[in-house]
Structure formats: C-alpha cells, structure tokens
Design a protein around this ligand. Sequence first.
Ligand code: FES
Ligand SMILES: [Fe+2]
Length: 349
Amino acid sequence: MDGTTESGARLEPALSNEYYTSAEIYRREHPRIFYRSWLFLAHDSDLAKTGDYVAGHVADQAVFAIRGRDGTVRAFYNVCRHRGHRIVEGRGQAERVLICPYHAWSYEHTGALRSARGAERGADRELLGLRSIRIERIAGLWFVNLDPDAQPLAETAPGLEEQLLGESPQLPEYRRLCEGTFEVACNWKVFVENGLECYHCAPAHPGFCEIVDLNAYDIASYGTFTRHWGEMKAGGRYSSWKLFPLTNLRSSSDVPALVTFQLRPLAVDRFVQTLTLYGPAARASDHARLYRDWIDTSFVREDMALASSVQIGLSSRGLPGGLLMVSDGYESEHLLVDFQTWVRKALDG
Ligand code: FES
Ligand SMILES: [Fe+2]
C-alpha cells in the first residue's frame, strides 16, 4: 500500500506505540514538555478579590495563584518551605496571610515568609519564601509556566487571545458555574489527539452531530495551538482550542459559555481532567443544562471511552504502529501530524 487513496487522502505513520506506553518517555516528558509549557490555571472571576487563591497542578507539581493586597496576581509552587505540606487546597480566600496547615508557618501574599512559628528570630525570611512561578493572563484567563525563561504566553500562542475574545467578547466577565473531575485510563496524548480530529465525530458522536453542522465545520493549526469550529444547527457557533500540551478551551455562543479542560497526567497510562464551565451568572440554569448535555452525559464521556480503548490497543501485538489519515477538510488527522511533530521535537529535538 502506498498510503494514498483515490480521493487523495494518504496514511502517515503515527508516533510509535512506545510514546504512549513507555514509563521512560513519560518521565522525560516532565522536564521537556510539562515543566516548559503554559497551562491554564484560573479565570479572572476565580482571582477577583484580595487573597483569592486557586490551586492546581502542572503534571506532578502542585502550584497555586493568589491575588495580593497590591492587586497583583502571583503564582507559586504549592509547598511549604518547612517540611513540604501544601499551603492551600482548591479555591478560597486568604485575606491577610497564608498559613500552612501543618505547623502554621505563615507567608505573605507576595510569598515572603512572615513567621516560622516559635523561631521568629532564627528563620531567614528572605531565603525561606515560597518559590514563585510564571503567571500570565490573556482574555481573562490565567496561565502558569514552571520555566522562568519561557517565552511569554502571548508570543507562544500569537492570535489565541484575539480568537477567544472574538468568539466570546464577554469572557473576562464570566463566572465559574460548575465543574467536574474525571479520571481517564489512557496516556494524556491519546486524549489530546482524540480532540484534535473530527474524523471520529460522525461514527462515534451521534449526539454531537445532532447539534453541530459538520457541513460547516473546519479545523486549523496555529503552531502551538489548534482550533476547531462549526455552526450549531440551532444557531450560534461552537469553537474548541487546544493549547499544547494540556489545555483545552471550548466555547459556544448559543448559550454563551467557555468550558476549560485541564489535563493532569498521573502515570504513563492515566490522567485526570478537570472541566470547569464559565458563563454569565444570569444564565446559570441554562448552563446547568448545557453542562449536563454537553459535558457530563455525552461526547466527553464518549471520548473518554474511545481513548481508553485505544490505550489498550497501543500495547497489542496486533498493532505494529498507528496510522494518521491526512486529507482535505475537517475529517483529516493532519493536526495530529503537527502535534506529534511538536512532541517529537520537544522530546528528541
Ligand atoms: S510543613 Fe508547613 S509549617 Fe511545617
Ligand atoms: Fe470526540
């Protein structure tokens, strides 16, 4: 087989199976991919007031962001400099200081150590502050990066902010309305790749095809991020962006909303994703329906089942290596070619 079909579509080799099954490659992805990339952490509404904080993860690294008394949002590794307990969990507000729950060392919003309980004069407050990480904002969304030398987010993903605000001009004013967390039994890349192609939409997502017009659907790559978009049959538009490697943002304009997907790899064959729905507070009941229809019961669950099956297949002796269908139009898997080139370059380049 030369790989080319009559229609001009061709088959290209996918990343070899070991990229999805090797613990050694998974270990290498941490310094080379996860610790160098921009990841979504919070929306403006999560950090609106002084002391508001949001905890999250960059792969195995716990982090958090907090708005200080000076109005500045800062981000840190979420680990106490005494013995390593987490400083904060989830979301909340620490109006004046951050206090570690273990032995009550306290920290300023700036990350500086305020007091090491019982040794107020012995501790070096300058040296024992929380370790900071990079945090930047586009379109009302805050992203973190563990690499102090990372290229700024706006330069890493030029045009993403304009696209997000073009689809959802009110995005910075949205509120967090609901969220859910799902553990999935596959390598994180299997799931990202599933979201990069709509070749599977017709056979695997009957519900999605009922609401989105696939005759008016398109996909595009912008280097470090991709976009899918299509007209919804009932009016309005559906858009989905993937910022490599672990952030997925999905908007709809019939019920104005943005769903953020944060992927956190747990092992080579397991990750957890947190889905959060943001929208105008006045339409919370519409959003409860949207969340149920779109997120909790339909194609997100279908995608998790598809990806889990693929993960098992990637260890099968019957699959020497996967293939990518590259063609014209929305059913092409060429965005996977781009993503896999990006992965190879990051890991091996
Ligand atoms: S670990 Fe935080 S005060 Fe001891
Ligand atoms: Fe899907």
